[in-house]
Design a protein around this ligand. Structure first.
Ligand code: G6P
Length: 581
């Protein structure tokens, strides 16, 4: 969701913050703002993208400051609702990621005491609460008292005019400190810190940190605590476009290496014995991660004969199924609020928990009993691509370990070269079919059903074309009524058990005049003859075909979105890291 950056040091704070917020823009991009302390408070905030208008904040002075890039929850995107929010005196500035659930009651209370509110946000109340408790000298104490009144989730940065500290606090929203020499940074995640420092301190829920040029002090509900300094090995180049027109395309092209690295990162030592033969597995995740969970369900049930239930994070908290065995959460960011809530619930039920994530030090790694890491590097584009492929690599590796004897190991070694091949596939004709469509169907069976869901998700989120993923056999139970010359179908038809029935399904769709884009094995004459456009996948193991098909569908969505002139990396209304429920 929202991204926040704070800085205390010797550099011009506005430069550090604007540059950092640009790297965090994938968290939210409807408005932004910066406040610096020089020692007078200087504030600039406006609706729009920091990548386009960020320069306007660069003439703020001072070497202490806080900034924010917003994904609106309370109040429309506007200059007024952009953070930082100020108290009545205009001396206290606050940026916030999360949701203050009791803001309405607090606002009423403070308004009755004479506070004047200027925005529609839940955040502004925090500035006024701090004003209530601030005695003119001890900002930490005032923030401590204010956060004790808050319900909900927050990562907060606060500064007050004339002071040389920034106070940071978190509960259920991510916040990390970057430790430099005579300078300290604070941010929603490590990407703004890359290039400045590799030393980071992850704050825990309930922590409050006071940072100044000399260092940082952390308190947990008033008591001083030590948190370890950890090292981040992400390269600053990974958060640049590196000559590609979009991060999404760059990330698509990183996939051969990402799949290889991630697969090789899962070894015998990765999985403790207690996770190897569970009676049952419940997988919980959101978005693309949920689709990876569905692939795991099909694969693990058929290979290991262990029952696997795949649940959406947003449902799990409110409709918890009976739980047996282990609970596995899959999350690229490690910060998705619904997934974290599910994980906490699983722990409350005493289930052993396993996390699969891309981000070292993320919240999920602090809560789960054990973590398996993807090796995708930072993913900046909102649409998940390389992280999805990395999740497949982890999950295939996991099934290998659970089954024992490495059933897929050798076959998967070829995956990176097959991905490289399909990256060069000519998909122009398929793009031509998708581009004018208002509705698309994606169909597959078995293992390829979740890939159809993921392909449709990619297409709708970045091209804004309505796309639905369906189990191919289900189309007859309703959606057939929608098929016409104007409703193209992307049909996944790999060789294997479902091949013949998929061919029959495709013929039925063709008989209803739907243009068909077929994806199948290279050299498949029968399929080529019945579809309008055939996209061939090099002959390879079923799991490699599955990975390669996912890559083709990413390219199809990407190319269609570019052809339609969409904002590929930052699609409207979306955020990469959904840190509120
Ligand atoms: C957001 C992103 C999706 C992602 C989902 C889950 O909606 O836009 O691409 O799949 O969150 O994120 P996670 O970090 O938990 O995998």
């Amino acid at each position: 969701m929202c991204g926040i950056v704070g800085y205390v040091g010797f550099r011009p704070a506005a430069n550090v913050i604007v540059e950092g917020l640009q790297k965090l823009e994938y968290r939210g991009y409807d408005s932004f703002g910066v406040a610096t302390n020089n020692p007078c408070l200087e504030v600039y905030k406006c609706e729009g993208k920091i990548s386009e208008k960020g320069e306007r904040a660069l003439n703020l002075h001072g070497t202490i400051g806080i900034g924010h890039t917003r994904w609106a929850t309370h109040g429309v995107p506007s200059d007024r609702n952009a953070h930082p929010h100020l108290d009545c005196t205009g001396r206290i500035a606050v940026v916030h990621n999360g949701i203050i659930e009791n803001y309405a009651a607090l606002t009423r209370e403070l308004a009755a005491r004479g506070h004047v509110f200027r925005s529609e946000t839940d955040t502004e109340v925090v500035a006024h609460l701090i004003e209530e408790y601030y005695d003119g000298s001890d900002l930490r104490d005032a923030v401590e008292k204010a956060i004790a009144r808050l319900d909900g989730s927050y990562a907060l940065l606060v500064t007050v005019e004339g002071s040389d500290v920034v106070v940071a606090a978190r509960d259920c929203s991510p916040l990390v400190l970057g430790i430099g020499d005579q300078e300290v940074f604070a941010a929603s995640d490590v990407t703004p810190l890359l290039g400045y420092t590799e030393r980071v301190v992850y704050l825990e829920d309930g922590d409050l940190a006071e940072i100044d040029r000399t260092g940082w002090r952390i308190y947990s509900r008033g008591t001083p605590v030590q948190r370890p300094i950890e090292h981040v090995d992400w390269d600053v180049e990974t958060v640049k476009k590196g000559g590609f027109p979009h991060f999404m395309l760059k990330e698509i092209f990183e996939q051969p290496k990402v799949f290889y690295d991630t697969l090789h990162g899962i070894t015998e030592a990765s999985l403790p014995e207690r996770y190897r033969r569970p009676s049952e597995i419940t997988v919980v995740a959101c978005g693309s991660s949920y689709h990876a969970g569905l692939v795991f369900k099909y694969l693990c049930e058929s290979t290991c004969r262990i029952p696997v239930r795949a649940e959406l994070g947003s449902e799990f908290k409110y409709f918890t199924p009976p739980l047996k065995g282990i609970v596995t959460v899959i999350t690229q960011s490690g910060e998705t609020a619904d997934t974290l809530a599910a994980l906490k619930k699983a722990k409350a039920y005493n289930c052993p928990t396993l996390a699969i994530t891309n981000v070292l030090g993320s919240t999920v790694t602090r809560i789960a009993d054990h973590t398996l890491y993807m090796r995708a590097g930072p993913e900046i584009s909102v649409a998940a691509t390389k992280s999805f492929i990395a999740q497949l690599a982890v999950l295939m590796g996991l099934v290998d370990l659970m089954k024992g004897g490495n059933p897929f190991g050798a076959a998967l070694e070829r995956a990176n070269s097959v991905i490289e091949e399909v990256l060069l596939l000519d998909i122009d004709k398929a793009v031509e079919i998708c581009r004018p469509a208002e509705h698309l169907f994606y169909v597959g069976r078995g293992l390829f059903y979740p890939i159809a869901l993921e392909g449709a998700l990619k297409m709708k989120e970045i091209s804004y074309i309505h796309a639905e993923g369906y189990a191919a056999g289900e189309l007859k139970h309703g959606p057939f009524a929608l098929l016409s010359t104007e409703t193209p179908v992307v049909a996944l038809c790999p060789p294997g058990d479902t091949y013949s029935i998929m061919l029959s399904n495709i013929k039925e769709m063709k008989a209803r005049n739907a243009p068909i884009i077929g994806i199948g094995a290279r050299g498949d004459r029968e399929l080529t003859d019945i579809v309008d456009v055939f996209l061939p996948i090099p002959e390879s193991h079923e799991l490699v075909q599955l990975v390669a098909t996912s890559v083709v569908l990413q390219q199809l969505a990407y190319r269609t979105a570019v052809a339609l002139g969409r904002d590929v990396d930052q699609p409207r209304n979306l955020a990469k890291s959904v840190t509120v429920e």
